[in-house]
Design a protein around this ligand. Structure first.
Ligand SMILES: [Zn+2]
Length: 272
């Protein structure tokens, strides 16, 4: 199973989590949205090559619209350098989000998105797109940047558009990455039925908030297991080891929960 959009660096103990995911036959694209995360993902990718057995199937570096307003030319130069050094990396996630500054037409979000769209075309890389707001505007921007169905593909991550979006984006070669949330809106669920299977991907988009969700869901169970395990460990070993072992349990839980979450998305898709 392939998770097409995962924020590995925002999850606990990413190196260990990567190993746990590999053991479960779970591979993923590690997506990075801002400079600290680019560096963390680049480090994880290097480590994964050295470790051999890894779930990391690809990486994406970009500027998320949540930080578009803070973007500087140095930022973008650093991004370009990272992308040029790694010929397999995708661009993104990049896009528009009405909840953050600079969303207005011609604003900083649009400027930063277009820069990345053009960079993806120039380097021949797929573009992971984040959109909370106007999908029609994103499609127009992609067309104006030069996406035309040949070469790099736009990837609508956590897809939430409608049938109009699918019809307009398919000629651009678009992929649609489905998340559990993609099935919430009736208009999106209806649109998913129009997408050819080869253009569908699945994702969890898991980040730091995912662990809170995972904690809520498994709170009772994990409190029970951890309390037993931790009590056992601390009776015999040092406090340091006890902490390590408890952290290890948290990582296992996270890996199990990711598997469940991705399986759920695939199941929702199969029901359509
Ligand atoms: Zn994301």
């Amino acid at each position: 199973m392939l998770d097409f959009h995962l924020h590995l660096a925002r999850l606990p103990d990413p190196r260990e989590l990567d190993q746990q995911l590999a053991q479960r036959g779970y591979s993923y694209i590690a997506v990075a949205c801002e400079p600290w995360e680019w560096d963390a993902v680049a480090g994880l990718e290097k480590g994964s090559r050295e470790d051999g057995n890894s779930g990391l199937a690809g990486v994406a570096y970009g500027v998320h619209p949540m930080v578009a307003a803070e973007t500087t030319e140095e930022y973008l130069a650093h991004l370009q350098k990272l992308l040029r050094e790694n010929s397999r990396a995708m661009v993104g996630e990049a896009g528009l989000d009405k909840r953050y500054p600079g969303y207005e037409a011609g604003g900083i979000q649009e400027h930063v998105f277009l820069k990345q769209a053009k960079l993806a075309l120039e380097l021949g890389r797929d573009l992971q797109i984040h959109c909370v707001g106007d999908y029609g505007r994103i499609v127009k921007l992609l067309q104006s940047a030069g996406f035309n169905g040949h070469g790099p593909r736009p990837v609508f991550h956590r897809f939430g558009g409608d049938t109009g979006t699918v019809r307009a984006a398919l000629p651009l070669g678009a992929l649609f990455s489905l998340h559990a949330d993609s099935f919430r809106k009736k208009s999106t669920a209806a649109a998913i039925g129009l997408i050819p299977h080869e253009n569908i991907r699945f994702e969890t988009d898991a980040d730091e908030t995912f662990m809170q969700e995972s904690d809520r869901v498994t709170a009772q169970e994990s409190a029970h297991v951890s309390a037993q395990e931790c009590a056992h460990v601390s009776a015999q070993e040092s406090a340091d080891l006890a902490v390590q072992k408890c952290a290890g349990l948290a990582v296992q839980k996270c890996a199990d929960f990711l598997v469940k979450k991705l399986e759920f998305v695939v199941q929702k898709f199969n029901e359509i």
